[in-house]
Design a protein around this ligand. Sequence first.
Ligand SMILES: NC(=O)NCCC[C@H](N)C(=O)O
Length: 258
Amino acid sequence: MPSKKALVRRPGPRLAEGLVTHVERAAVDVELAVRQWEAYGEALRAHGWETVEVDPADDCPDAVFVEDTVVMYRNVALIARPGAESRRDETAGVEEVVAGLGCSVNWIWEPGTLDGGDVLKIGDTVYVGRGGRTNAAGVQQLRAAFEPLGARVVSVPVTKVLHLKSAVTALPDGTVVGHIPLMDMPSLFGRFLPVPEESGAHVVLLGGAKLLMAASAPKTAELFTDLGYEPVVVDIGEFEKLEGCVTCLSVRLRELYA
Ligand SMILES: NC(=O)NCCC[C@H](N)C(=O)O
């Protein structure tokens, strides 16, 4: 049953302490970040998505990056076990919300680690990045959770960026879009379109031809417009300083049964 709900989580007061791994730390303006987050939610709502706020986790600086805490496949919510210990307390609040929405709940267990940002679904193919945050046990547990439901799990090495979806996402027709300098093996993906900017590789499918994208990728937005898509552009500059992208600020729930 199609549903259009999106989980989001308000940035907390400690946002500026969020983790950085592949970029230099830059000062984050928390008030500006809150305004950017509100505009991001507004863009989702303007395109028919009901935003569902998970309770804030103010002790966890990275809690706003809610995508990393759960992976949805049909109406099954696989609660992640974040690769960074400082993020492990983020999952409890998310579990409560998805259970309340009627999802069937499953978990990644120790020794597995998995961040939602490492999982890219294209139809029934579930690509999972094995990298700094997601380990082999996490990949195996993802496979065990979703393959019996009809998924085909494809694991992909990720060494140059934080998460798989920092390097690639997909257009509505399933074409993978990615920034080649950040990818380990572009040849692992069937139909692939290179994009000229790092953040151009990040799209959230809003429905129809609409693609939510970051303002930092104007050339890619132009490319997508030329291909018949309609970019919806938001400025998420404060989150980009913490290696966040448009995908990681929400989790779309498209197949709820409740
Ligand atoms: N899925 C994502 O791209 N998440 C971004 C997480 C950024 C956060 N500062 C982290 O390092 O975990």
